[in-house]
Ligand binder design. Structure first.
Ligand code: G3H
Length: 259
């Protein structure tokens, strides 16, 4: 840990963090040395660094919401066994997405809950459901319970992706992909697609934690790195849904070229 702090200081990352906070208009930026694109192991460091930060804000009775993705998975993996027993509840902010179970919010919630000695809830909703189906699901007691808990979260941990990459990963229809391109979508986070200015251009029907709800979440922690995600990170910050950003050096320097 001391060595990590030393490298951080040596590279002047403290100054870059302040710059990012300023330019992105966020409360806090944390930068991990390196670039995920060049060294995939950096994603683990990103996860550990986010976990370290979370340790400072998690309460004994926190409600933690989280999304899926490979980066948020590393946050759960990077969390040490913090408590053996607590009143912490971890709840997925999104349903089941894609084919990889390990990276789904449900699975990550269970991993993190165990590290925190808490409990978790599951949200068994496919991502590609239509609006009507989602509406009727909201009347199901199990789903209702999860959604009510979600809206009481004091911490939200989420990943940020490039719009084009996520549209592909989520198997969006050609029509929707075209729509996103025409609207200049650049980022995806929490089921929302944003343009450069952070304006929502498309929302996945199966969103249970809305942008409106985020206003009541005390800690909004985005974890996302890699040079190619720079624009996506900027766009998501401009949408107003980020308070704390944990990123890598690769993305940080690229972001400063944009903003
Ligand atoms: O919404 C964005 C994705 O969750 C990002 O996924 O961390 O695997 O790139 P990733």
């Amino acid at each position: 840990e001391n060595l990590k702090d030393f490298i951080h200081e040596l590279k002047g990352l403290n100054n870059i963090e302040s710059l990012l906070e300023d330019k992105l208009n966020i409360e806090k930026a944390i930068i991990v040395p390196g670039d995920i694109e060049q060294d995939p192991m950096i994603k683990k460091e990103l996860g550990k660094s986010a976990a370290n930060y979370l340790k400072t804000i998690i309460n004994y009775d926190s409600i933690i919401a989280l999304t899926g993705g490979s980066t948020v998975l590393e946050v759960a993996n990077g969390m040490p066994q913090l408590y053996s027993q607590s009143n912490i509840v971890v709840v997925p902010a999104r349903g089941g997405l894609g084919k990889e179970v390990e990276k789904q919010a449900n699975t990550i919630a269970s991993v993190l809950a165990k590290k925190l000695g808490g409990t978790y809830k599951m949200l068994h909703v496919p991502d590609n459901l239509g609006k009507e189906a989602v509406k009727s699901l909201l009347n199901e007691p199990d789903i209702k319970d999860v959604v009510e808990t979600l809206k009481k979260a004091d911490i939200l941990i989420f990943g940020i992706g490039r719009s084009d990459v996520m549209a592909e990963r989520r198997n969006l229809t050609e029509e929707t992909k075209k729509f996103l391109m025409e609207r200049n979508a650049t980022a995806e986070a929490l089921g929302y697609y944003f343009d450069k200015e952070g304006k929502v251009v498309y929302a996945t029907p199966s969103i249970f934690l809305t942008l409106e709800d985020l206003k009541f979440v005390k800690n909004l922690v985005a974890v996302s790195g890699g040079k190619n995600k720079a624009q996506a990170i900027v766009s998501t910050c401009r949408s107003g849904s980020v308070k704390v950003l944990v990123t890598d050096e690769g993305a940080a320097f690229e972001i400063l070229k944009i903003v």
